[in-house]
Design a protein around this ligand. Structure first.
Ligand code: NAP
Ligand code: ZN
Length: 356
């Protein structure tokens, strides 16, 4: 069968055609709903900085046209014969991954985000040879394994960024013990990922310090997000005054920077979890690492098990994202603002147009 023979469903979406950082309307095909698939009417899609990295070909791996979007919430419209966990009308979400081998050690141990056959929600190539298109589109067909349930208490718009920003910070927080009350966490970069890390840190009982390039975010960080402390990272005196004060750091800065001054903020044996993906190599001077016996750890999104656990926890504790809802006509304006670090704290696209 030709790769796209069963790609019979016409879908309207928005795609980047080149490195301009803009999208335009784009009509494409998705596969029919297979026996293991769930078809979802997309209602909301968050705008992650990763969308910009891909759209602008920062990593030199973009396949145009690229339909971005991996912070997707919506409603199930149909399910395949082998799907028992979802039914039409269910409120669901899809994050960064839409396929993995489901057979390797990682997949069998609910660690499928480290499967080497991992396929991303957009700009990926599925095992049937077709290219994946993301959530800046009106509907999605996804294997049941990669669909999460959104708790009834969470609004679908403010929950959408949990599917990437939320799980991306939750996974390393859990892995490195940041869920234990009493520790101190530094969140570097108060954007989409960063603001959720602050909320999770507070919910877990940590003392949270925001490390930011934007002094104008201090008031809202302390008052709105309940951060305990705020350091301007470009102010050497402020940084030195907080030397060896933190147990953990989550670094979300999407541009080239040095880890040296951040590592100095960590106590001996502290852990820096790097989740950001700048297009240029990050600087790593060795002295702050070796003199503090510190650890740097990387992390890519989270597993579906962790994603559901995180969503349920957000449902219980009423944790949602601080969003600016934009209409589909406003996508390009929002992308431009995201690129110049002007968002509080996540743009979410109202795909189905309720707010248009
Ligand atoms: P974002 O909303 O744009 O936030 C990034 C923050 O970094 C900004 O709010 C800003 O905070 C700080 N920053 C410092 N210098 C900056 C500059 N020159 N331009 C823009 N921001 C600057 O980004 P995000 O969506 O949170 O994503 C952050 C990074 O994580 C990206 O590289 C993204 O690709 C990556 N990511 C990785 C994963 C993963 O699985 N590992 C998943 C999602 C995203 P201050 O104003 O406080 O300094
Ligand atoms: Zn993302």
């Amino acid at each position: 069968m030709a790769i796209t023979e069963n790609h019979t469903q016409t879908v309207a979406g928005w795609a980047a055609m080149n490195e301009s950082g803009k999208v335009e309307p784009f009509v494409f095909k998705r596969r029919e709903n297979g026996v293991d698939d769930v078809t979802i009417k997309v209602l909301y899609c968050g705008m992650c900085h990763t969308d910009l990295h891909f759209m602008k070909n920062h990593w030199d791996i973009t396949m145009y046209p690229v339909v971005p979007g991996h912070e997707i919430t919506g409603v199930v419209t149909s399910v395949g014969a082998n799907v028992s966990g979802f039914k039409a009308g269910d409120r669901v979400g899809v994050g960064c991954i839409v396929e993995a081998c489901l057979d390797c050690d990682h997949c069998r141990h609910s660690d499928e985000n480290y499967c080497d056959k991992l396929v991303l929600t957009y700009n990926g190539i599925l095992s049937d040879g077709s290219v994946t298109y993301g959530g800046y589109s009106e509907m999605l067909v996804v294997h049941k394994k990669f669909v999460a349930r959104i708790p009834d208490t969470l609004p679908l718009d403010a929950a959408a960024p949990l599917l990437c920003a939320g799980i991306t910070v939750y996974s390393p927080m859990r892995r490195h013990g940041m869920v234990k009350a009493g520790g101190s966490l530094g969140v570097v970069g108060l954007g989409g990922l960063g603001h959720i890390a602050v909320k999770f840190g507070k919910a877990f009982g940590l003392r949270v310090t925001v490390v930011s390039t934007s002094p104008d975010k201090e008031k809202e960080a302390r008052e709105g997000l309940k951060a305990d402390d705020f350091i301007v990272s470009t102010d050497k005196k402020q940084m030195q005054a907080k030397s060896r004060s933190l147990d953990y750091i989550i670094d979300t800065v999407p541009v080239k920077h040095s880890l040296g001054p951040l590592l100095e903020l960590l106590k001996v044996d502290g852990v820096l979890a790097l989740v950001a993906a700048p297009d240029q190599p990050i600087e790593l001077p060795s002295f702050p690492l070796i003199f503090g016996r510190r650890t740097i750890s990387g992390s890519i999104t989270g597993s579906m098990k962790e994603t559901q656990e995180m969503l349920d926890l957000c449902g219980e504790h009423n944790i949602t994202c601080d969003i600016e809802l934009v209409s589909t006509n406003g996508i390009n304006g929002a992308l431009a603002r995201l690129a110049r670090n002007d968002v509080r704290y996540r743009f979410v696209i109202d795909i189905a147009g309720d707010s248009n």
